[in-house]
Design a protein around this ligand. Structure first.
Ligand SMILES: [Fe+2]
Ligand SMILES: [Fe+2]
Length: 230
């Protein structure tokens, strides 16, 4: 790909840039990384509609800031983002079938959503988006978040005990009760390690598998160093 998203879709890019300003979760850097990973996955799936995929990538977190600032917790940025994007694309006179496809991709990109991606473009966006919390990037992002909310560097609490004590319902996917007890290694062990199984494309699973291995090695080394077992 010789162009970047801001060159190919300058109007849409400017809208996204404005909407994501100040948003802690998903910056334009994230969009750019998702795009690069998605293009790798797309290369292994020649039937992909690149126009649909690229517009969906660019717009997928457009409602992220709205979800983050909604204290009622009712805003789902995937659902709202799909609506906002459809409206913008309509105004810019994009064809109706493309709008429908893009909308499906955005609606279904969320990890927790029960709304499954059905089209190949939606599956690629889903996979590329999740891959962005894996590998060295995943480690870096998890420590950035940990620093922001004053988590500890590492927790030695056994996984079973932690899940029972600090996750709602005593389930690995339960909401965290007390963030001060949470750490990147616990985030990795309770949630991130399961991501490769949830992906849809073969190429996505392959990339995710490599990145999970790196994270396992990283957290094992971190534990060793904290224990001075080196
Ligand atoms: Fe998202
Ligand atoms: Fe995202």
């Amino acid at each position: 790909m010789s162009f970047t998203l801001d060159e190919k879709y300058p109007n849409l890019y400017k809208i996204v840039e404005k909407e994501l300003a100040g948003f802690t979760g998903h910056t334009l850097d994230h969009i750019e990384r998702v795009w690069k990973t998605a293009m790798k996955i797309a290369a292994a799936n020649p039937e992909v509609d690149l126009e649909v995929l690229q517009i969906a990538i660019l717009m997928h977190d457009i409602a992220g800031m709205k979800e983050e600032t909604d204290n009622t917790g009712k805003t789902d940025h995937a659902v709202l983002g799909a609506e906002i994007t459809a409206k913008i694309l309509k105004e810019l006179k994009y064809p109706e079938p493309l709008i429908k496809e893009v909308k499906h991709c955005i609606q279904t990109h969320r990890y927790r959503s029960s709304n499954e991606p059905k089209s190949i473009e939606a599956k690629i966006l889903f996979d590329a988006d999740k891959i962005d919390v894996l590998g060295a990037i995943g480690v870096a992002r998890s420590f950035m978040i940990a620093g922001d909310i004053h988590e500890s560097l590492y927790s030695f609490t056994p996984l079973k005990e932690y899940i029972a004590d600090n996750l709602v319902g005593g389930k690995p996917d339960g909401r965290i009760k007390d963030v001060s007890k949470h750490t990147p290694n616990l985030e990795f062990e309770t949630k991130i390690v399961k991501i490769p199984d949830k992906l849809f494309t073969d190429k996505g699973k392959e990339i995710a598998g490599v990145r999970i291995k790196f994270m396992q090695a990283f957290f094992a080394e971190l534990k060793n160093e904290i224990n001075a077992d080196i």
